[in-house]
Design a protein around this ligand. Structure first.
Ligand code: ARG
Length: 612
């Protein structure tokens, strides 16, 4: 089903000879529901006289199947009169046809229910033939998205904010790629700043070459902890009025960082080793989540010349001002009361997080000419990103209108047994082990799994990801290993189980794929089967909607709904033991369900398992 002609041919087979109405917004080759939409829109346009481009988008997908396959809110057509009466009138005029059962007026809404036979014929072959591409669309063709996510800090603890940024960012990258965007995945490392001075100073005092090569992230983290403890103790002393022997850690760190900013080779060489070794380790850990960054950029990579240029523009345009030797932006003066003030250059001439972000954004646009740039960063940095976007706007950098901050809430209690989380690795290990324990409890099943450790690891990762993506991004949630690794309720393991069960039906039924593809779909008749079919048909609309919300929960919630309908259909819709032609049709339905589940899970970043 690659072309409009294919679609029309399929309609002809169904005895529908009217040419398919063409709508610009319709994507009939990728979304079977758009065929129904085009047809209904055309009828509604004829009945109401309202222009086609108003009618078409008013036909919306529904979250609950009781509301119909498509629903239209009468007021959206902006026709004078009582919406309730209009709904009743239009419904009475709607012609009988093969597409839809008689529409229903419900208050000011009109509910459309598709004819299940037509729906089956249009949807199932589309799912089976498109396979891994069912749900995808071409809306991003020719467009480029730069997605910055994860953005961990070298030598500082990995925290829940990084976990969420990693999960959500990877998901968005998959989603945009699925819809034909060219996606550049960027990790903007926290690899610059005074902290690095502190780390270097401590490395020179107590660092170990061996440990650094062995496990750079762990070792740098240890140095970071020691250095900070020392610095704190010194501060306490100073507060108490005592004098320090020699220079303080903080002073040494500042001096070291100054050397780095001035480009002193020796200072830079050590820093570069820290960075390179950390990236190698990071790549391995991200691979566990099937993530591969196109670019490891970072705060250190922002050109001094770009920042100087930015600084000049800010000065020339009167955006920045001098304040006790430093340079600041007073947003209040520019009409942004809530944004307060921000320093963009310290007294000693060194740059800050914000300064580097300004330069980075300009360089990224210069290099990539993106159509959208997405920053996946915790809502704790809302102010920072607003300040950044506002400065860019004041500077007249028009690309700022293409920049988006995708934010998210906090996670409470993300700790490992040893306490502080050092890196993503430790979280994945810990949840994988917990998952393994849960699996062992079902001895029967456990014995059948060939590679239980690997499966536990895969399902454990699903557990973490689904827990993270279940609510709206902005919601906070507690990191709850027991809850997330449960097979019951809305969890990752539950979705994995649903997928494995579909695989097992396919194995047991043992019907050759070509016979499934050519099944007689009119044999799909049980209400449960039709409910499932209608839900599967929604998937392309779910994707389109997710591109608007940028919310993984749009997909996750859909999957929970779909898998619940699926599991309540098993009782009635049996494959094994049914008459052959019926078994084939039902298998076509279940293989379609498996395809949708698998496609959605992969988009979310999960690896669907076949046995567990
Ligand atoms: N490294 C930062 C942190 O851990 C996040 C970076 C976010 N991205 C940005 N362009 N500022 O807090």
């Amino acid at each position: 089903i690659g072309s409009i002609e294919d679609v029309q041919a399929m309609l002809n087979e169904l005895g529908i000879t009217d040419p398919l109405p063409t709508y610009e917004a319709a994507s009939v080759t990728t979304n079977p529901i758009d065929i129904f939409r085009s047809y209904i829109a055309e009828e509604m346009h004829k009945i109401t006289g309202v222009s086609r481009d108003i009618v078409y988008p008013a036909l919306e997908w529904t979250q609950q199947m009781e509301k119909g396959d498509l629903i239209m809110a009468v007021p959206r057509l902006r026709v004078k009169g009582d919406p309730k009466a209009l709904a009743a009138d239009w419904v009475s005029k709607f012609p009988e046809n093969q597409y839809i059962l008689a529409p229903e007026a419900d208050n000011q809404f009109i509910k459309f229910f598709f004819n299940p036979k037509t729906l089956a014929r249009l949807t199932i072959p589309s799912i089976l033939s498109k396979a891994t591409r069912y749900g995808a669309n071409h809306s991003g063709a020719g467009k480029k998205a730069l997605i910055e996510f994860s953005s961990v800090n070298i030598a500082k603890p990995f925290h829940a904010g990084h976990l969420r940024s990693t999960i959500i960012g990877a998901f968005l990258s998959n989603l945009y790629e699925y819809c034909d965007w060219e996606v550049v995945k960027m990790n903007y490392l926290g690899d610059w700043g005074k902290q690095f001075g502190l780390l270097a100073v401590e490395f020179e005092e107590s660092g170990s070459e061996e440990k650094l090569n062995d496990d750079p992230i762990q070792h740098l983290f240890e140095l970071y902890v020691t250095a900070n403890t020392k610095a704190k103790a010194e501060e306490e002393k100073i507060k108490a009025g005592e004098t320090l022997e020699g220079e303080s850690m903080n002073d040494k760190a500042r001096a070291y960082f100054k050397k780095m900013e001035d480009g002193e080779p020796r200072a830079l060489a050590l820093w570069k080793r820290f960075r390179d070794l950390s990236i190698i380790k990071c790549e391995k850990v991200y691979a566990r989540l099937n993530i591969k960054f196109d670019i490891y950029s970072g705060e250190s990579q922002v050109g001094a010349d770009t920042m100087a240029k930015a600084s000049q523009i800010m000065e020339d345009k009167g955006i920045s001002e001098n304040s006790e030797g430093a340079k600041i932006v007073d947003f209040v003066k520019h009409g942004y009361k809530k944004l307060g003030k921000a320093i963009i250059q310290k007294k000693d001439g060194t740059t800050l997080y914000l300064t580097r972000d300004i330069g980075a954004a300009m360089e990224r646009y210069e290099t990539y000419k993106f159509d959208t740039m997405i920053y996946v960063v915790s809502s704790q940095q809302d102010l920072h990103l607003q300040q950044l976007f506002t400065i860019l706007k004041l500077m007249g950098q028009d690309f700022v209108s293409k920049c988006v901050h995708i934010n998210f809430g906090l996670v409470a209690g993300m700790k490992t047994r040893s306490g502080e989380v050092v890196f993503l690795d430790s979280i994945l290990d810990e949840v994988g082990e917990a998952m393994h324990e849960v699996m062992k409890k079902n001895e029967e099943k456990y014995k059948q799994v060939e590679n239980p450790e690997e499966v536990a690891d895969t399902i454990g990762k699903s557990a973490i990801m689904i827990q993270d993506m279940t609510g709206k991004r902005i919601n906070n949630y507690p990191f709850d290993i027991k809850r997330m690794t449960s097979f019951e309720g809305d969890t990752g393991p539950y979705l994995q189980y649903a997928h494995a069960r579909l695989c097992s039906i396919l194995r047991k039924a043992n019907i050759p794929m070509p016979l499934i593809h050519t099944a007689d779909l009119t044999l799909i008749t049980e209400p449960q089967a039709i409910m499932l079919l209608r839900t599967l048909a929604q998937f392309p609309d779910v994707i389109t909607n997710t591109l608007k919300t940028n919310e993984p929960t749009t997909i996750v919630n859909y999957l929970f709904k779909m898998t619940q309908i699926l599991s309540s259909s098993y009782e009635v819709v049996k494959v094994v033991g049914s008459e052959e032609s019926v078994a084939r049709a039902r298998m076509a339905l279940f293989e379609s369900a498996r395809t949708v589940l698998s496609n959605a899970m992969k988009l979310l970043g999960l690896t669907p398992v076949e046995r567990m």
